[in-house]
Ligand binder design. Sequence first.
Ligand code: IPE
Ligand code: IPE
Ligand code: MG
Length: 247
Amino acid sequence: MALPLKNMPQTDKAKIPSHIAIIMDGNGRWAKARGFPRVVGHKKGAEILRHTMEACKDAGVHYLTIYAFSAENWKRPVVEVSDLMELLRSFLDREISSLHEKGVKLRVIGDLNKIAPDIRKQIEAAEKLTENNTGFNLIVALSYGARQEIIQTMQTLAKRIESGEISASNIDETTISDLLYTSAIPDPDLLIRTGGEQRLSNFLLWQSAYTELYFTPVLWPDFTAVHLQEAIAEYANRERRYGTTSG
Ligand code: IPE
Ligand code: IPE
Ligand code: MG
């Protein structure tokens, strides 16, 4: 149950997650429950994104990474994939200038070779337009798979070893982090999955080694600023030990 805003626990500013990652799940079920085709749920899901981002900004979060389309989502029926790509096209058309005005820096991570060339162009233009913005960081995971990301990183590393650029014994965590799609982006502090499933579905496997996980049954199109604040409040009450002892 969402608490009214005034009853929300006051969250200690020092305990606000700097980076929140969200697996936005449950659009299809939201639509089905209302007797609508799945695309209606995706549309509603794209609409509420703006509020989530504003709520993150208001709370003092600096990075928001959203899982918009997974590497495995290409296996969905052709009609659903094309509906999702159409929504992405219109989202970019509609939102980029307002994101830019708000000082948002956009970054898209994933295997963009699979994305239609016109959308790829829109993405490149949007990243270029917003590259110097410092107000907020929005990272969209699109055609993204963590295992694919790791494979790509390993291939680059292997080539560098073959060419003598680096030696195997010099590889450390930073070497790998710097080659992932998320290079220069700090690891998520809090990962929220809506829709009730309790799994990562190939999202940020390397980056979430010490991320706090938060699962909620709320379907993505129903996710509000209050739900976000509840997740942040729970995060603030957790103790991140990183393998050490309490205290
Ligand atoms: C998440 O909602 C959006 C994408 C995966 C693109 P789903 O489409 O997975 O919705 P459910 O899980 O079937 O309800
Ligand atoms: C994960 O949701 C991907 C996105 C939210 C984009 P899925 O609905 O694809 O995940 P599974 O199939 O339930 O694991
Ligand atoms: Mg799903």
